[in-house]
Design a protein around this ligand. Structure first.
Ligand code: SAH
Ligand code: MG
Length: 217
C-alpha cells in the first residue's frame, strides 16, 4: 500500500469530523499549496481535535517537504461541550470532567509516523496567531464555529496567507438548515472582498485562493 493511502486509512479510523472525500480534497489543496510554495511550505490547521484532518495535511507535507502547524487548546469548542449536539463523551478526562483530546491527537500522529511533519501548538488560536509571523501556504479553518471564534480565526490567520496561497474552510453551509452560519459567512465575506477566488469545493469544505493582499495588513 502506498504511504499516502496508509495515512488516509488511519485518518478514516480516527475519531473526528472530517468525511473521507472532504479530507481527500483537503489533501489535494495542501498538495497544490506546497507546490506553489516550492519548498518548505507551512500548512496551518486551526482545530486539531484527534488528528483526523491533520493526517490529510500531513500526507501532503510529507510528499512535498512541508510542515503542519496544528493549533488547538484541546478543550473542545462550545458546540462540543457536554450536553451539546457534537459532544463525544469518550474524550472526557475523568479526573477533571473536561474535554482533553491532546493524548488522542498525539496517538494519531505517532501511529501515522508523522511526528517530524506535524507540530502541535497547544493553546488558544488567536493568542498563538499573535506571535506566528511566518507566511502561510495553506490555512485550514476548523476551530470554534461560533460567530466570535470563527471571525477571530479569520482575522488572526487569514492575513498570513500569501498571494497564491489557499484557505480551506470547513462546515460551510449555504442552507441554514444544514448547519451554523459563521463558517459560511466568513467564506462569503472573503469572496465578497474580491481578494479571493474559489479554488475547490467538496461537501462543506470550501477552498479559496488568495489573489491579492488586504491594504490594511
Ligand atoms: N479538524 C477536526 C475537528 C476540529 S473540532 C477533525 O477533522 O476531526 C474543533 C476544534 O477546535 C476542537 O478540538 C476545539 O478544541 C478547537 N478549538 C475551538 N476553539 C478554539 C480556540 N479558541 N483555540 C484553539 N482551539 C480551539
Ligand atoms: Mg469541521
Amino acid at each position: 500500500m502506498q504511504r499516502r493511502d496508509r495515512l488516509f486509512e488511519i485518518a478514516r479510523q480516527t475519531r473526528g469530523y472530517m468525511p473521507d472525500d472532504e479530507g481527500e480534497t483537503l489533501y489535494r489543496a495542501a498538495r497544490a499549496a506546497c507546490e506553489r510554495a516550492r519548498s518548505g511550505a507551512v500548512l496551518v490547521e486551526i482545530g486539531s481535535w484527534c488528528g483526523k484532518s491533520t493526517l490529510y495535511l500531513a500526507a501532503a507535507a510529507e510528499e512535498a517537504d512541508g510542515i503542519v502547524l496544528s493549533v488547538d487548546h484541546h478543550r473542545g469548542s462550545d458546540e462540543q461541550q457536554p450536553g451539546c449536539e457534537h459532544h463525544d463523551s469518550s474524550v472526557l478526562d475523568a479526573r477533571t470532567a473536561r474535554i482533553d483530546t491532546l493524548a488522542f491527537f498525539r496517538a494519531t500522529i505517532t501511529e501515522a509516523g508523522v511526528e517530524d511533519r506535524v507540530i502541535p501548538l497547544v493553546g488558544d488560536s488567536a493568542t498563538i496567531g499573535s506571535f506566528v509571523h511566518t507566511a502561510v501556504s495553506l490555512l485550514f479553518i476548523d476551530g470554534g464555529h461560533g460567530e466570535v471564534p470563527a471571525r477571530r480565526d479569520w482575522s488572526t490567520w487569514a492575513p498570513k496567507v500569501h498571494v497564491g496561497g489557499l484557505i480551506a474552510i470547513h462546515d460551510v453551509f449555504e442552507d441554514p438548515n444544514d448547519g451554523g452560519r459563521p463558517p459560511y459567512e466568513i467564506w462569503r465575506d472573503a469572496i465578497d472582498t474580491g481578494r479571493f477566488e474559489a479554488f475547490d469545493r467538496c461537501g462543506s469544505l470550501a477552498v479559496i485562493e488568495r489573489r491579492s493582499v488586504d491594504p490594511d495588513h
